[in-house]
Design a protein around this ligand. Structure first.
Ligand SMILES: [Zn+2]
Length: 322
């Protein structure tokens, strides 16, 4: 089966920066080489900043991660496009940009606008603990006043809010804010709590709300979110797929592998290995069209609907999009 892949979450930009690795060929989970067999490969690159950095250094680091990616030889030579809108179906790899952990906005609403100008289109506002944005999955706190304003501004500008890492109360408020603008919410890298009850996975109620909003969910390959233990196998993803499908997610389920940000099952070394999931699903008599939807089409139709507005390329070294 010739597959394309549109993945909603990886931390590869952070690893490229930390380990001085290029995008074309490297020792990471994501490279142009390891994803070359996909008909088309589209990836949301999350700019996550280490929690040990203070907010100011974190904001600077986020911009460094972005500049580092834009100055990568594969990007500069045009082998991969960095885009702010759904890329065309031309077989060319493309990257969209996200921020993971918006505490680096540091109570400054101007930074929401700046992030948008820098080409950020996916906003994962929370990560851990309580921040200027609000409560993460490991707390029971909701959004702060600043968090509400920041997410409202982000959604107004056209960013997609991401519930992954949010507490239940924060998630509910994010859903309400997005609904006010008639915009969807996503969970870029979270599995089902009903299958694996960890705080980073989604309750059935949250999954239903995401689906009702027109949003998508990215399946996370982190072993602890698959089955709660470090010894998960790739087949442990199947009960999650089944559960999401039972809740009606056939046109909303995607991958958000958490590549280069988490411990993955031992059978998964690079993103190429995600093709094993297709084989497992075929063996269980899932249709090819369902598999194509999961790997690519669901994320692609979501992006073409909600990340429209011109297909602008982010130019290397351009401080702002063209
Ligand atoms: Zn994450």
């Amino acid at each position: 089966m010739n597959l394309s892949l549109f993945d909603l979450h990886c931390d590869t930009a952070c690893e490229m920066f930390a380990k001085k690795q290029g995008l074309e060929r490297n020792h990471l989970a994501i490279s142009l080489e390891s994803t070359a067999n996909f008909g088309q490969y589209i990836q949301v690159m999350a700019f996550w900043t280490d929690f040990r950095l203070n907010d100011e250094s974190g904001w600077t680091r986020m911009k460094q991660l972005r500049e580092n990616l834009l100055s990568d030889p594969a990007v500069r030579s045009g082998k991969v496009d960095c885009v702010t809108a759904c890329p065309p179906r031309n077989g060319k790899p493309a990257l969209l940009f996200g921020i993971e952990d918006a505490r680096i906005f540091a109570n400054d609403l101007g930074r929401v606008d700046e992030a948008y100008r820098l080409g950020i289109r996916i906003l994962t506002p929370l990560w851990a603990g309580e921040t200027c944005i609000g409560g993460s999955h490991d707390t029971s706190a909701g959004l702060t006043d600043f968090g509400r304003s920041a997410i409202d501004r982000a959604v107004f500008l056209g960013m997609i809010p991401d519930l992954s890492h949010a507490s239940e109360p924060s998630a509910n408020e994010i859903i309400e804010i997005a609904a006010k603008h008639g915009r969807p919410v996503i969970a870029s890298h979270s599995n089902a709590k009903a299958v694996c009850p960890v705080s980073r996975n989604l309750s059935d109620g949250q999954i239903r709300k995401i689906l009702a909003s027109g949003g998508v969910v990215g399946l996370n390959l982190y072993t602890k979110f698959l089955c709660g233990s470090g010894s998960a196998r790739i087949s442990d993803l199947l009960p999650h797929v089944e559960h999401f499908l039972e809740l009606g997610a056939e046109r909303a389920l995607c991958f958000g592998g958490d590549w280069d940000g988490a411990a993955l099952p031992s059978e998964v070394r690079t993103a190429a290995d995600v093709a094993q999931v297709a084989e497992l699903l075929l063996r269980r008599n899932y249709s090819e069209s369902l598999i194509r939807n999961l790997f690519f089409e669901n994320a692609y139709s979501f992006a073409s609907r909600y990340l429209a507005g011109g297909n602008r390329k982010i130019e290397p070294f351009g401080g702002t999009e063209r």
